[in-house]
Write a protein that binds this ligand. Sequence first.
Ligand code: GRG
Length: 312
Amino acid sequence: MTFEATLEACGLLIERRLGEWLSADRHPNAPAHLLDAIRYAALGGGKRFRPFLVIETARMLGLPADAALEAGAALECVHCYSLVHDDLPAMDDDDLRRGRPTVHRRFGEATAILVGDALLTLAFEIAASPSAHSDPAVRNELVSRLAQAAGSAGMVGGQTLDLAAEGRFASDGGEIAVGQRHPLTLSRPAVERLQSLKTGALISFGVEAGAILGRAGPGERQALARYASALGRAFQLSDDLLDAEGDASVIGKATAKDGNRGKATLVGLLDIAGARTELARLEAEATSALACFGDRARTLVAAAHFMASRRS
Ligand code: GRG
């Protein structure tokens, strides 16, 4: 099976599980308009790369896909919420996501904010449910680590640094008006810190969740954390390269936005050729971190290769 086929198969499993969690039967008291918008945001699109990492890491440690589906679905809910909020006019102000109008363009801004809120809270309902794992201690670790990855010392913190780099915040913490903002020039370590929080934290949680479910030992967890760190950096760098070079009709979202906004990216610091070299280096780093797992890690190795070579 090719890596793309494996990713697609995981995506179908997650789509089905999310569809069950978001069925009208499960939410008898939710306003129909809100549930429609939540389903629009969470179903029918996306690579489902983060849940793939949960499922595949757990599989490598001996678990069937079923055992990792809830943790993967919970993580995908957090990811989908972040996309909905990131697209809002107050953030990146995007019209297109996953090849369709963004949630606020389709349902309005207030509903989009509520969709994000509902998906974030649903994530924790799923991760805390007995179907996520029979052992409450394992569920507790999943919930706690997901909260840390998503929160102010993780993804939300990274998003804040990203907005700060656009020159949005005054020294008193207030917001500077559009047109009067001056993007900051970030050093490479500062860009890497921003990205490790904004994008890396959820990617790392995906691998970590698989390790938690598969009860990986301390050495294995360290190796997987090194893999996830390199993979997260490769993910962001390839996303930045797609923004710089990609075709919006293939990617399903606007491109060339980072350069136009003066966004802090590694592509901006390294140029395209330097970014491609760095991407190859990160793939090698991710691959070597998995050496202790031998051939069992072949699909995770293929994931790093996919990230380093994707064109959409
Ligand atoms: C609003 C709290 C908050 C956070 C937003 C995720 C994020 C932080 C911003 C999205 C903007 C962006 C382009 C980030 C770079 C990497 C990224 C998350 C890309 C989108 O993820 P994919 O490629 O998307 O996995 P699909 O659609 O395949 O799920």
